[in-house]
Design a protein around this ligand. Structure first.
Ligand SMILES: [Zn+2]
Length: 211
């Protein structure tokens, strides 16, 4: 079944950065991501916020965003067209994980197996249903987003709890209400210093790797 592509544009009417928030990158993630992204009502003071709750409108099979073929998949082509059209300065990609996939997402081996660094929990002291994991850009856009916090890959549990929802809203609001990448990074660092510093180091190593 093909769904209609929903693209919500929230413009401040003033110059500033373009923030793109996308969900439903593949498989059935849209079932959870749409529910969350349909709830947010961005009201930026500068620039604009583009919200796309579901990229995978064709509902087609799962292709990982770490796979080179992702941008050739139906979902990947939709994503790329949104990307080219809005030329975002900041991107948030919202993914959904389950208890089984958690181990692979946070494994130090991820850089060898998938070519991207492991994801970091903002808070590792919580049960996994309450964690939000974060990382940087997937391989196909990594050359365009070299600044830490300019491309934020997020993962939330399919049966996410209250704490996870609170963390996610804090991250999204930090992106929506900041007017530069630096400001976003500072807000996140203020609350999640250790996790942000570790992720920053992983990102620098990843970006300096030759392909
Ligand atoms: Zn995903």
């Amino acid at each position: 079944m093909i769904r209609r592509l929903k693209v919500r544009e929230h413009s401040s009417g003033r110059a500033g950065i373009t923030r793109l928030i996308v969900g439903g990158m593949h498989g059935r993630e849209y079932e959870v991501s749409s529910k969350i992204l349909d709830k947010i009502k961005p009201n930026p003071s500068e620039g604009r916020v583009i919200v796309v709750p579901n990229v995978n409108i064709s509902g087609r099979r799962y292709v990982s965003t770490t796979n080179e073929d992702y941008i050739k998949s139906p979902a990947g082509r939709v994503y790329l067209s949104i990307f080219e059209r809005y030329k975002p300065d900041v991107v948030v990609e919202l993914h959904i994980f389950n208890s089984k996939s958690y181990k692979n997402l946070v494994s130090p081996d991820r850089i060898y197996k998938r070519g991207v660094p492991r994801l970091m929990p903002y808070r590792s002291d919580l049960p996994i249903e309450d964690q939000i994991l974060h990382g940087g850009p997937p391989p196909f856009v990594k050359d365009r987003f070299k600044e830490h916090a300019s491309y934020i890959t997020l993962e939330i549990h399919e049966k996410y709890g209250k704490e996870a929802e609170k963390t996610l809203l804090f991250i999204l609001n930090s992106v929506i209400n900041s007017n530069s990448v630096k400001e976003i990074r500072e807000k996140l660092k203020e609350r999640y210093r250790e996790s942000m510093e570790k992720a920053g180091r992983l990102l620098r190593d990843y970006l300096s790797r030759a392909d």
